[in-house]
Design a binder for this molecule. Structure first.
Ligand code: ZN
Ligand code: ZN
Length: 398
């Protein structure tokens, strides 16, 4: 029996309240940076478990000091999405238009289960455990808000920072991680181009921003194909293009929302520079009366797993779950703001995925109105994974 097995021996004892908590959170989702009730619930429970609790930047941090040994931070995110739930689950959302469609309710329940097991099993390990619950992951605001509110000065500096996410693959009951980049760095831009309004029958008297914006959309498709090396990953997507109100009016502006992703920050910078250059050039080409407005509306750092930390986590997973339940995490094009936290502390980190769908279930992707992970074995797997990875970095009891 290793340390993890000693601590995890208590898992059957927490499953009841953990499932109830998960269903409760799922029924009462809160949007990014509005996680007031969720944060209050987390605070109450961490306090009851004996953690020193602080509210920081809309998030909650519980610290459990337990003698000599390393400090390990584990992060769970708390926010839901503006999605109308369509799962048919008995515990479906009771908030119209808001849903835990990314599984962050699972993360909170697994995070609190982990906090409980580490507190109950404190005779089996030494060191300091930092249970961190962040707001606003979906908008890339939450980790930054906690850092801006003094996170680094308010809690012990972790030697290692860890986080997890429920995913559609591998299957429920399995975990997956890998060294190196596992989630992309991303940015979203709002671009407004200016035209000159006119009657639809008199285009020669105006400057048509619809044609201008269309030229930009088409020209941007060449950025990845012609400016990024063929062996590099990059995505440029125009997710929204809005202009005008009526068929016979040439409007005076058009707005584009553009999302870019890469696994290399230098590639991302290249994409952003190319977009700005093309937008400005197309405005000149169309004789736009004013320069365009280009605004970065969100920005996600690269999630890069530290080699040594990931090797330790993977070995602990294999020992606990068995090799058949531990998979290699293929790089995911999605993005996370988690690494803002380890970066602020200068700590190495590891991020892993755990499966949410059993083989007999229809797999529905994250952010979809039908996203309904199987409560078990998902919740248990997420809790076991977190406890195992945390204990792999804490000291064994002396
Ligand atoms: Zn999400
Ligand atoms: Zn998520």
């Amino acid at each position: 029996m290793g340390t993890a097995d000693d601590v995890l021996a208590g898992i059957d004892g927490i499953t009841g309240w953990q499932e109830e908590l998960y269903a409760h959170l799922h029924r009462h989702p809160e949007l990014s940076m509005q996680e007031v009730e969720t944060a209050a619930e987390v605070s109450r429970r961490l306090s009851a478990l004996g953690y020193a609790v602080q509210q920081i930047g809309g998030g909650v941090v519980g610290v459990l000091e337990n003698g000599q040994g390393p400090t390990v931070l584990f992060r769970a995110d708390m926010d839901a999405l503006p999605v109308e739930e369509d799962t048919g689950l008995p515990y479906r959302s009771e908030v119209p238009g808001v849903m835990h469609a990314c599984g962050h309710d699972l993360h909170v329940a697994a995070g609190l289960g982990t906090a409980a097991l580490l507190a109950q099993g404190r005779d089996a390990w030494g060191g300091t455990y930092v249970a961190l619950f962040q707001p606003g992951e979906e908008t890339a605001q939450g980790a930054r808000a906690m850092v801006d509110d003094g996170l680094v000065d308010k809690v012990p500096r972790p030697d290692v920072a860890l986080a997890q996410h429920v995913l559609t693959a591998p299957a429920a009951g399995k975990v997956a991680t890998a060294p190196g980049p596992v989630l992309s760095t991303a940015a979203s831009l709002r671009v407004t181009v200016h035209g000159k309004g006119s009657h639809g029958a008199m285009p020669h008297l105006g400057v048509d921003p619809v044609v201008l914006a269309s030229a930009i959309v088409m020209r941007l498709q060449g950025v990845v194909a012609r400016e990024v090396a063929p062996d590099r990953f990059a995505v440029v997507t125009v997710g929204s293009l809005r202009a005008g109100t009526k068929a016979n009016i040439i409007p005076d502006r058009a707005e584009l929302l553009i999302n870019v992703r890469a696994y290399d920050p230098a590639v991302l910078e290249g994409l952003l520079a190319a977009i700005e250059r093309i937008v400005r050039a197309e405005c000149v080409a169309s004789d736009s009366p004013r320069p365009p407005d280009v605004e970065v509306v969100d920005r996600y750092p690269l999630t890069r797993n530290d080699d040594a930390v990931t090797a330790t986590v993977t070995a602990a997973f294999v020992e606990h779950f068995g090799a058949a339940r531990v998979r290699t995490l293929e790089p995911v094009a999605a993005s996370e703001d988690f690494s803002t936290i380890p970066d602020a502390f200068g700590a190495p980190s590891c991020y892993w995925g755990f499966g949410g769908f059993t083989p007999d279930q229809r797999v529905v992707p994250n952010h979809n109105p039908g996203f309904g992970p199987a409560m078990q074995p998902t919740l248990r797997t997420g809790t076991e994974a977190a406890v195992t990875a945390v204990l792999a970095h804490l000291a064994p009891a002396r």
